[in-house]
Design a protein around this ligand. Structure first.
Ligand code: AMP
Length: 447
């Protein structure tokens, strides 16, 4: 199978070949012909599968093939791609630009946290493909600065994340302002009942394709656990970075303040590091991500929600400085590495408090993760587990002392998971609205 066989236009083939893609990934091999065929699509694919090219390539092909001559008036928005986070919107739009660089197609990313006026100006200049987060899109629509009445193609990307982040009402509102006749594509890593209900509402006799095994960890990712004492994790991380000469490391912490403290520590060790999480301004997050991608920044410390959808080519190292209390988050975290066939390594620093979280993760991925004690960092065999403080909540992450399964909040909670994490609140995902909107979400995923 080659890209040529998929029937894509020459300018797209040229861009794809320049991007270094030799063969289509499985999702691309299935989605591209399906979309070119004109029908609706329900696709099960996680990030890292090449799904973005799976929908942007055929969209670009169809838009170019039916391009309307630019005669006077404003170019209408013909394709809308909705994403859950700002970062993902920016990245998807970057892909549109990359693959569409030899086509006369204009695209724009639209998200909150930045001024409205430049976006209004860009809309006035004409946009064929709009990639947007729901909040800002609706703000523009309300103000009358956005016309979606000519949309022919609609993509809902990472639909399960959108629902996790509480965007269902916004999605419904967006659907209500789109023309009824359009080709719709829904991409989701998981197919929960909610996703099925959404698909039923949005899609007309969709072709269904699924490539990602749910909750499977990519075989290309080497995983290991370094058992270590709680108060020596920072030192061990520094040791690993320095002794292995790691240059691009994505490090996960559970909480924002933990991320900040770790960055301060690393900077003192002369390791360049920055944190991204919901309390950072959009410009700080964008800058951190850009510096990290370009290799200027050695370590990016992120919380789970902030890291959603981050796409960094062939990220070699992911470190779980702390294990997530929601096992599925482990799969998402390590999915940042070993993307599209590249090898990656995921290392977890685990102290005695987190044994229960580790057991939950191993149960989910259906395999044990090898333990490797690093010389000089042998954990104290007599150390006693302590409860884990998550904001105002206390979790018991150690085996035996947990009140229920799954690292859920002590004294209740659990339940209502349906295969995904507890709804993640809005602090990051809903970051395309102002801070007032973000307050008081009070849901239970930690950051
Ligand atoms: P995605 O799942 O869309 O986030 O893509 C994951 C990564 O795979 C991105 O970094 C893409 O640049 C890369 N990628 C997409 N398609 C291909 C392909 N056919 N061959 C190699 N890499 C690809």
């Amino acid at each position: 199978m080659s890209f040529e066989n998929l029937g894509l236009a020459e300018p797209l083939l040229k861009a794809v070949s320049e991007a270094g893609y030799a063969t289509p990934t499985p999702i691309q091999a299935q989605a591209i012909p399906a979309v070119l065929n004109g029908g609706d699509l329900l696709a099960g694919a996680q990030t890292g599968t090449g799904k973005t090219a799976g929908f942007t390539l055929p969209l670009l092909h169809m838009l170019a093939a039916t391009a309307k001559p630019a005669s006077g008036g404003r170019r209408p928005i013909r394709a809308l791609i909705l994403t859950p986070t700002r970062e993902l919107a920016a990245q998807v739009e970057e892909c549109v630009r990359l693959y569409g660089k030899y086509l006369p197609i204009r695209s724009m990313a639209m998200f909150g946290g930045v001024g409205m006026n430049p976006q209004i100006e860009a809309l006035k200049r004409g946009v064929d493909i709009l990639v947007a987060t729901p909040g800002r899109l609706l703000d523009h629509h309300q103000q009358g600065t956005l016309d979606l009445s000519h949309v022919e193609y609609f993509v809902l990307d990472e639909a399960d994340r959108m629902l996790d982040m509480g965007f269902i009402h916004d999605i419904r509102r967006v659907l209500a302002i789109l023309p009824p006749r359009k080709q719709s594509l829904l991409f989701s890593a998981t197919f929960s009942d909610e996703i099925k209900a959404l698909a039923e509402r949005l899609l007309d006799k969709p072709q269904v394709i699924e490539v990602a095994r749910r909750n499977a960890t990519a075989d290309t990712i080497a995983q290991k656990v370094h058992p270590v004492d709680r108060d020596r994790k920072k030192e061990l991380l520094t040791h690993l970075i320095q002794s292995n000469n790691w240059h691009q490391v994505l490090v996960f912490t559970r909480m924002k303040h933990g991320a900040n403290r770790l960055v301060e520590f690393l900077l003192k060790q002369n390791i360049t590091a920055m944190a991204i999480h919901g309390n950072k301004s959009q410009s700080a997050r964008t800058r951190a991500l850009a510096d990290f991608k370009s290799g200027e920044l050695q370590v990016l410390v992120a919380t789970d929600i902030a890291a959603r959808g981050i796409d960094i080519d062939q990220l070699p190292h992911v470190v779980n400085f702390e294990l997530p209390n929601v096992a599925e988050d482990y799969v998402h975290r390590i999915g940042r590495t070993g993307r599209a066939g590249a090898d990656g390594e995921a290392v977890s620093l685990v102290c005695v408090d987190e044994e229960g979280f580790l057991a939950d993760i191993e149960k989910l991925i259906k395999r044990p993760i090898p333990r490797v004690v690093v010389a000089g960092f042998e954990p104290d065999p007599n150390a006693r587990p302590e409860p884990i403080q998550l904001g105002r909540r206390v979790l018991h992450g150690s085996t035996g002392s947990r009140s229920g399964g799954g690292g859920r909040p002590a004294g209740g909670g659990g339940g209502q998971r349906g295969g995904r994490g507890p709804s993640s609140g809005r602090q990051d995902g809903r970051g395309d609205r102002g801070p007032r909107d973000q307050a008081g979400a009070g849901r239970s995923r930690s950051r």
